[in-house]
Design a binder for this molecule. Structure first.
Ligand code: DX5
Length: 282
């Protein structure tokens, strides 16, 4: 008797039976352009990954952690007005990291106050169980940690089957090789430049070689995948990490505590990164 392994799992990873994932414009930051649509060829030779091939460009993704939680709607609107490309929600469960932050209802309440893409950085032990609620709350991308996923390949397929983009994060002690076999399932790799759990920590420059290794893996794969960094990113640290290959910069305290305000902080970070990032195309 033939048993389809996906039925056993109860959750089908994306496969050739599914319609190709065609990305809708609103999940792509304004000004970025697609290089034609691609779709997954699950069991044959995978020449493309499941997401459209995007030309890397510098994107600013503020962390909401330093925001005034009593005025979250106003805060995300102010971030959008300041010119950010997306907004990152640091979701912490008090187990994977020693801190507790945003449930889906909080994010859903802020969703109507801005149209830029939302991404949820799931610093949680059970991302599979939580994924659907964060997609329903209005997050277009879910970032899961390698260290929290026993079946990472299945978890990434599950996120895609919910209609969201999947991304994968690496704690400082986790090697780049941990994502080598899932590049066909993600549109972004997040290299943590602090140990996750809190804002305002010191940047780990020792992560720059790993950022470069991840960027090299992506260039060699031919997939259009972003490299995001998170933790201690500021005007002092951004040039080093952009030169290493990061194109999406998450920043919390450097934006919210900038003496000249959010808009000046975003423009400064973007300009410093653009002048350091070697892969920018006109
Ligand atoms: C830490 C979070 C980061 C943090 C960044 O676990 O993932 O997003 O809030 O804050 P700064 O930029 O202040 O280091």
């Amino acid at each position: 008797m033939h048993v389809d392994p996906h039925d056993l799992a109860g959750e089908r990873a994306v496969d050739e039976h599914d319609a190709p994932i065609r990305e809708s414009a609103e999940c792509v930051a304004a000004g970025r352009h697609l290089l034609g649509g691609h779709h997954l060829d699950a069991h044959g030779s995978q020449t493309t990954n499941q997401y459209p091939h995007l030309v890397p460009r510098i994107e600013i993704a503020p962390s909401v952690l330093p925001a005034d939680f009593a005025r979250l709607g106003d805060e995300v609107a102010a971030l959008q007005d300041a010119g950010v490309d997306r907004i990152q929600w640091d979701v912490m469960d008090g187990q994977f990291v020693p801190n507790l932050t945003f449930g889906p209802a909080v994010i859903a309440a802020a969703r109507a106050h801005a149209s830029v893409p939302f991404e949820a950085h799931l610093m949680v032990l059970t991302p599979d169980a939580m994924a659907a609620d964060y997609v329903d709350a209005g997050c277009q991308r879910l970032i899961v940690h390698v260290e929290a996923c026993q079946h990472l390949h299945r978890t990434l397929g599950h996120i895609a089957s919910l209609g969201a983009r999947a991304a994968v994060a690496l704690n400082p002690s986790t090697p780049a090789s941990a994502v080598a076999h899932v590049l066909d399932l993600v549109d972004m790799v997040l290299v943590m430049t602090v140990n996750p759990g809190f804002g305002g920590q010191d940047y780990l420059a020792s992560m720059e070689p790993k950022v470069a290794e991840v960027r090299d893996m992506i260039q060699a794969s031919g997939y259009g995948i972003d490299v995001e960094v998170d933790g201690g990113i500021s005007a002092k640290t951004v040039a080093g990490v952009a030169a290493a290959g990061a194109n999406v910069l998450v920043a919390g305290s450097a934006l919210f505590h900038h003496p000249d305000g959010l808009e000046a902080a975003v423009a400064e970070l973007r300009a410093l990164a653009e002048s350091a990032f070697p892969w920018l195309t006109d």
